[in-house]
Write a protein that binds this ligand. Structure first.
Ligand code: ADP
Ligand code: TYD
Length: 210
């Protein structure tokens, strides 16, 4: 991305501890004097937060897989235009809780009209988003632990958490496979105390910054 700032995403299955770790990294980097913008997907701008409600609340069968890809991509485009790009142009460090890799995994492993949808996700990403994070932190955790953490957090947004442990296990494998081929990834073991995970995330981030 042609900007002065640094763009970091957190990825992982539901309940892996991404949100916790994104917040702890933002706090640590602010403590070191950096200007940090902490944001999330789907959402991160007023328009994208409206799309978040459309896509995560209500009847899970409301949208076809193809429509879902369009909604997540529309939300991301607004997030990029209104929040991420302006912050990077100011020179901030932008930390986002999920970005395009989530669509690649969650929507990409679904089937629509009989075909895998991953190619459609990538094609739309290239045309409508066109940027990748400088660094992606994958918080890796086994599906069972992630699932039990995620369901202990009751709420309206059950759309994807309800997919269950088997789907979360497939997503975990997908994220690990992506991390193996994309050098922007670092993989951190999330099945430990939050403070220990955060220390590893900070060390890896500072190494990458240097
Ligand atoms: P995610 O954003 O990946 O869904 P969260 O950070 O929201 O994950 O964490 C999910 C739940 O697990 C929350 O209730 C959180 O307090 C708890 N949690 C987060 N990190 C840890 C950890 N390292 N060990 C135990 N519980 C954790
Ligand atoms: P999130 O709020 O990060 O949930 P969690 O804290 O449980 O990980 O994301 C909400 C859900 O949206 C989550 O189940 C993953 C899903 N999602 C997609 O399916 N595609 C996407 O592109 C994004 C960003 C999220």
């Amino acid at each position: 991305m042609a900007a002065a700032g640094l763009f970091i995403s957190f990825e992982g299955i539901d309940g892996s501890g991404k949100s916790t770790q994104a917040r702890l990294l933002a706090d640590a980097l602010r403590g070191l004097g950096h200007q940090v913008l902490l944001t999330r997907e789907p959402g991160g701008s007023p328009g994208a937060e409206e799309i978040r409600r459309l896509v995560l609340e209500g009847d899970p069968a409301r949208w076809s897989p193809e429509t879902e890809i369009l909604l997540f991509t529309a939300a991301r485009r607004d997030h990029l235009e209104k929040t991420i790009r302006p912050a990077l142009l100011r020179g901030d460090i932008v930390i986002t809780d999920r970005f395009a890799d989530s669509t690649r995994m969650y929507q990409g492993i679904q089937r629509g009209d009989g075909a895998d949808l991953r190619a459609m996700v990538d094609e739309l990403h290239t045309r409508m988003i066109g940027v990748e994070p400088d660094l992606t932190v994958l918080i890796d955790i086994d599906a069972k632990t992630g699932h039990s953490r995620a369901v202990s957090r009751a709420g309206l947004e059950q759309r994807f958490e309800d997919m269950g442990s088997a789907m979360q296990a497939r997503l975990r494998e997908g994220f690990i496979a992506l991390a193996r081929v994309e050098p922007r990834f670092i993989v951190i073991d999330g099945a430990r105390e939050a403070e220990a995970v955060a220390a590893d995330v900070l060390t890896a981030t500072l190494l990458r910054l240097a």
